[in-house]
Ligand binder design. Structure first.
Ligand SMILES: *[C@@H]1O[C@H](CO)[C@@H](O)[C@H](O)[C@H]1NC(C)=O
Length: 188
């Protein structure tokens, strides 16, 4: 009992310090996300990158938003690739998922290119800066188009959409499409 209380005393300051730091970093993300069309989705997406949002640095925030979007697309892609060999998946489900993999691979490439292009944008001055900015936006647009195409494909398999593989793929694709919009809101 006494020993337990002693440990509690030691732990409390650490817990409070942790909570304090957490609150301020999360505040940065939440404030930054107010300008996006779905602030709660944006905050959820960017929370793992909260440390990039503490000093309101547009370069850090933009790069973090592209990285978060790429991570969302990659986890969607990994999920869908896994389903193609999932023994419990039906032939139809596998075919539906497979038909999407080309698109999602393209969107992954486009977002990687966008991240590289963002580095050029960060370093550029004057007219070059707006040229690179336009390229970044185009690359994210292209990723979004591929993802939207993929998301529409899954809607075509309406009979398969539900709690199963296609439903989960559709949900993850929708979040990937939304993530692209979040990323674009941070390119400036
Ligand atoms: C925000 O995004 C989430 C996640 O996709 C979605 O469930 C929710 O409906 C969206 N809210 C609005 C207001 O669009």
């Amino acid at each position: 009992m006494a020993k337990g209380a002693f440990h509690m005393l030691l732990l409390l300051p650490i817990v409070y310090a942790g909570a304090g730091a957490q609150a301020s970093t999360d505040d940065g993300v939440e404030a930054a996300c107010q300008k996006t069309s779905n602030a709660s989705f944006c905050a959820e997406l960017l929370l793992p990158y909260a440390s990039q949002f503490v000093d309101n640095d547009a370069n850090k925030m933009g790069y973090a938003a592209i990285s978060a979007t790429l991570a969302q697309v990659q986890s969607t892609r990994a999920y869908m690739v896994r389903q193609t060999t999932e023994p419990t998946a039906t032939e139809e489900e596998r075919a539906a998922v497979s038909s999407c993999l080309g698109n999602i691979g393209n969107s992954d490439d486009s977002l990687r290119n966008a991240a590289q292009e963002f580095d050029l944008f960060r370093a550029a001055k004057g007219e070059q800066r707006s040229i690179h900015k336009e390229s970044v936006i185009k690359m994210i647009d292209s990723a979004r188009n591929d993802l939207t195409g993929c998301s529409d494909l899954s809607k075509k398999h309406k009979d398969l959409v539900g709690a199963g593989i296609i439903g989960e793929s559709a949900r993850m694709l929708e979040r990937s499409v939304q993530a692209c919009s979040v990323a674009e809101a941070f390119i400036h």
